[in-house]
Design a protein around this ligand. Structure first.
Ligand code: FES
Ligand code: FES
Length: 178
C-alpha cells in the first residue's frame, strides 16, 4: 500500500541570508579589512579573501592539521573556527612565521626542516611548522615520543614523520619551557 506524506504548508518564504559584513583581521602583523559572510571559516578568510594560500586545506573537517595556524601564539585548526571570532586576535600563518623585523629570512624551525629533509611534497609542511612552533611554546614535549604524541594532529601522507621529529628536536630549547 502506498502512503502519502502530507507536509505542512509553508506560509512564509525563508528570510534572505545574512549579507557579508566588514571584518578586520590582524594577520602576520598586518591589518586586513575584509567583507565576509558570517559563516566564513578562518581558513577560507586566509586563502580566499587574503591571498594567504600558504595555509593548506586538507580535509576541511579538523582531521588532518594541514590548516594549522597560530592565534595569539596557540595552534588551532583554521578550518574549525570562524573568521569573525578572531577580530581581536593576532593570527600568524606560515607567511609570517619568520620575523623579518628581527632580520630572520626563515624561522629557525623552517631552517631545521630544510636541514633535516623534513618534507617531501610539502603540502602538510605549513601546518606542521605552525603546529611545531605552538608545541615548542607550550613547553610540554621534551622527548621524541612526546613530540610524536603532541604532533599527532598533523598528518603527513608522505610519511616524513621521522625527519619532522628530528627537525623539531634540533631546535628544542635545552632548558624546558614551563
Ligand atoms: S583542513 Fe583543517 S584539519 Fe584538515
Ligand atoms: S610532505 Fe607530503 S604530505 Fe607531508
Amino acid at each position: 500500500m502506498q502512503t502519502t506524506l502530507i507536509l505542512p504548508a509553508v506560509d512564509k518564504a525563508p528570510e534572505a541570508l545574512p549579507s557579508p559584513q566588514p571584518v578586520t583581521l590582524r594577520i602576520n602583523r598586518q591589518e586586513y579589512r575584509l567583507e565576509l559572510a558570517p559563516w566564513t571559516t578562518l581558513l577560507d578568510a586566509l586563502r580566499e579573501y587574503s591571498s594567504l594560500t600558504g595555509t593548506k586545506k586538507g580535509c576541511d573537517h579538523g582531521q588532518c592539521g594541514a590548516c594549522t595556524v597560530l592565534v595569539d601564539g596557540k595552534r588551532i585548526n583554521a578550518c574549525l573556527t570562524l573568521a569573525i571570532m578572531h577580530e581581536d586576535h593576532e593570527i600568524t600563518t606560515i607567511e609570517g612565521l619568520a620575523d623579518t623585523q628581527k632580520g630572520e629570512d626563515l624561522h629557525p624551525l623552517q631552517q631545521s626542516f630544510i636541514d633535516h629533509d623534513a618534507f617531501q611534497c610539502g603540502y602538510c609542511t605549513p601546518g606542521q611548522l605552525c603546529s611545531a612552533v605552538g608545541l615548542l611554546s607550550e613547553g610540554h614535549a621534551h622527548t621524541k615520543e612526546e613530540v610524536r604524541e603532541l604532533m599527532s594532529g598533523n598528518l603527513c601522507r608522505c610519511g616524513a614523520y621521522p625527519n619532522i621529529v628530528e627537525a623539531i628536536m634540533a631546535v628544542m630549547p635545552t632548558e624546558p619551557n614551563h
